[in-house]
Design a protein around this ligand. Structure first.
Ligand code: ADP
Ligand code: ILO
Length: 387
């Protein structure tokens, strides 16, 4: 299968890297897609259309929409429909299956992004506008599990892109380095409970890297969904992780998004974890300009993260509900929650520990997203107690 651009040159020439061959393609800015790319796209689409993929991409990418979008490119980066859908086509087991190679893609390929956004974020229509940020206060949320009976740990994260830089698939190696330098400098200037240090992924001892992944601090390596989306180029260069001293505030640099801001700790004190995240985002926002769109909210590479980009999760053990997966899923759906495995998305639940979080991030404020997760987790714990 054709892999999206592995690098772009300033003159508008971009190259694609297959397993071992580098094939050159010439695309004119804002013009129609060249014949070779179009033929490849058609071929892959035919194959994909015959799969039994359950992804949102499969559901919404009708032949009509495919034909409407297949010849378009984005004005600034010449991104094609193939760049958006390659991940979903290479990985039919995707839940969603689409990424925006650059921010313009959300408009140029709106005919496929809009229905997927609407379904994922539960009714955010193409005519809707994401509300202004409103964090509120974590003080409104009591500890979800004061007796430490169910919740192993709580985590709240958000994603940010930096103004002036495209998303992963369009970044040059030089831009990765530049972004890492900027972010590293900004992070090193944080004070108080956010004071800490940055560890680049390049040169990191493999054992230490694996330990950080196993301890749920660091992003995993070799994500096939991101790789097929063109987001793993120049890996591990430009990537890294920042920790505060207590290791309860972390920032991922240049993984899926330019920035992922994470607050996490053992137990169920959601309010405290959320307040720490708010403080961290606000402190970093004074040093770095985040990209925000009038309609879509904070801009991210994956459409599932647009809007607030907030994912508030607990690692939780619900032994009785675990025996009745259907009931757990029904309750999760009712409260707009998403159930993931212990090591994150596309992983299994080990030892009965699930990662349960708010699903939608658009069309509601940050405070409302946290409240949605809070109320849903409370309801799940209640159901467990009554089961
Ligand atoms: P995200 O998209 O929020 O980064 P992932 O599913 O990729 O989420 O998970 C990233 C890492 O965060 C994984 O190691 C996962 O186990 C960890 N994680 C998520 N929620 C929690 C939690 N509540 N407590 C501890 N670790 C968590
Ligand atoms: N492309 C993957 C992941 C979708 C949402 N998750 C993240 C990490 N963005 C899929 O479609 O399953």
């Amino acid at each position: 299968m054709l892999i999206p651009p592995q690098g772009r040159l300033r003159c508008g020439v971009f190259f694609r890297q297959t397993q071992s061959v580098i094939v050159r393609h010439y695309a004119k800015k804002g013009k129609e897609v060249d014949k070779a790319t179009l033929a490849e796209m058609e071929k892959q689409y035919q194959k994909f259309a015959n799969t039994s993929s359950k992804s949102l991409l499969k559901k919404h990418l009708t032949k009509e929409i495919f034909d409407k979008l297949k010849t378009r490119t984005t004005p600034s980066f010449n991104s094609t429909l193939l760049h958006c859908i390659n991940s979903g086509m290479c990985n039919p087991d995707s839940g969603v299956g689409i990424y925006a190679p650059d921010a313009e893609s959300y408009k140029v390929f709106g005919a496929i992004f809009d229905p997927i956004i609407e379904e994922y974020h539960r009714g955010f229509k193409k005519t809707d506008k994401h509300p202004e940020s409103c964090y509120g206060s974590g003080k409104d949320f009591a500890n979800l599990d004061p007796d430490n009976a169910f919740i192993v740990s709580t985590r709240v994260r958000c994603g940010r892109s930096v103004q002036g830089y495209p998303f992963n698939p369009c970044l040059t190696e030089q831009q990765y380095a530049e972004l890492e330098y900027k972010l590293c400098s900004a992070l090193h200037s944080l004070e108080g409970e956010y004071y800490g240090s940055y560890m680049p992924l390049a040169g990191m001892d493999k054992q230490m890297q694996q330990k950080l992944i196993d301890d749920h601090f660091l992003f995993k390596e070799g994500d096939r969904f991101l790789e097929a989306a063109g987001a793993s180029r120049f890996w591990p260069n430009g990537r890294g992780i920042f920790f505060n001293k207590k290791r309860n505030f972390l920032v991922w640099v240049n993984e899926e998004d330019h920035i992922r801001i994470i607050s996490m700790e053992k137990g169920g004190d959601l309010g405290r974890v959320y307040d720490r995240m708010i403080g961290g985002v606000e402190a970093l926002g004074k040093k770095v300009k985040f990209s925000r769109d009038e309609r879509l909210g904070f801009l991210t590479f994956c459409p599932t993260n647009l809007g607030t980009s907030i994912r508030a999760s607990v690692h939780i053990k619900l032994p009785k509900l675990n025996e009745n997966k259907e009931k757990m899923q029904k309750l999760a759906d009712k409260y707009h929650l998403q159930v993931r495995g212990t090591s994150g998305e596309h992983s299994e639940a080990k030892g009965g520990v699930h990662d349960i979080s708010n699903k939608r991030r658009m069309g509601l404020t940050e405070y409302e997203a946290i409240k949605e997760m809070h109320d849903g987790i409370k309801a799940l714990i209640k159901a467990e107690c009554n089961a």
